[in-house]
Design a protein around this ligand. Structure first.
Ligand code: BTN
Length: 239
């Protein structure tokens, strides 16, 4: 069932310097944000063609999720910083602590709660953040979780958005070394986790042994050799 529309007046009052475009329904906030100047934010209550990573779609039912795109300055470990910012915003606004699956899936109860898609358009990085908030259930094949499914109650999306629009610039202001340290601390996937990684060249299985200086994930295979994971596709072994 559809919830109320987002209270955009509340968000605009909280961030008077920030141009916030709002759509009741749109194909994807990524498309609208690609036409806007740096610093802009696009929000929607529903997406009819929500985009996920690796060509997947993003479940974007009306009224229950957060569908947000921000126009940002590209930076070296942007995707890791955005995952940290999203998890921090959720923790601050709801009290719920999430895990981070490299590079930036926000996980709750070992299922995906939020996803982040970064696209480079001209000089800008368009950062799309989708958070499952008040969905009473989600299609089983998505292996996804919402805050409501976890906690058994609904959450005001505006509170999470206020926290998110504060935490994103705060994490983007940190240097690469700090982001790597914070991510390693926040993510159970960064080190000591047995994972399976699906790559175009084949499947890699092993134990994670940390991030390199550029933020890529190092997986140590059972033969003792290390593989650098450059893109996503990481899953906990046996899941
Ligand atoms: C992923 O696959 O993990 C990334 C999902 C990103 C979804 C968000 S929702 C807001 C923005 N608009 C989109 O179409 N996608 C992103």
């Amino acid at each position: 069932m559809r919830n109320d529309s987002l209270n955009i007046a509340r968000l605009r009052a909280e961030f008077p310097e920030c141009p916030i475009d709002y759509y009741a329904t749109i194909d994807s906030t990524m498309h609208a944000a690609a036409r806007l100047p740096r610093g802009s934010v696009v929000l929607a209550d529903e997406q009819t063609g929500g985009l996920g990573r690796h060509g997947h779609s993003w479940h974007s039912e009306p009224g229950n999720g957060i569908y947000c795109s921000l126009v940002l300055d590209p930076s070296p470990v942007l995707t890791l910083a955005l995952g940290l910012a999203t998890a921090e915003a959720i923790a601050r606004s709801t009290g719920i602590a999430c895990d981070l699956r490299w590079p930036n899936d926000v996980m709750l109860d070992n299922k995906k709660l939020a996803g982040i898609l970064v696209q480079l358009v001209d000089e800008n990085a368009i950062a799309g953040i989708g958070i499952n908030v008040n969905q009473p259930s989600l299609p089983a094949e998505l292996e996804a979780m919402s805050l409501r499914m976890h906690a058994g109650r609904e959450f005001p999306r505006e509170e999470i958005l206020v926290a998110l629009l504060r935490s994103v610039p705060a994490f983007l202001a940190e240097d690469t070394e700090t982001i790597l340290r914070l991510f390693t601390h926040a993510s159970s996937y960064a080190a000591g986790r047995r994972v399976v990684v699906h790559q175009p060249e084949g499947v890699v299985e092993g134990i994670t042994v940390g991030l390199n200086a550029a933020g890529f994930l190092i997986v140590r295979k059972d033969d003792g050799t290390d593989t650098l994971i450059l893109a996503g596709g990481v899953r906990a072994a046996g899941s």
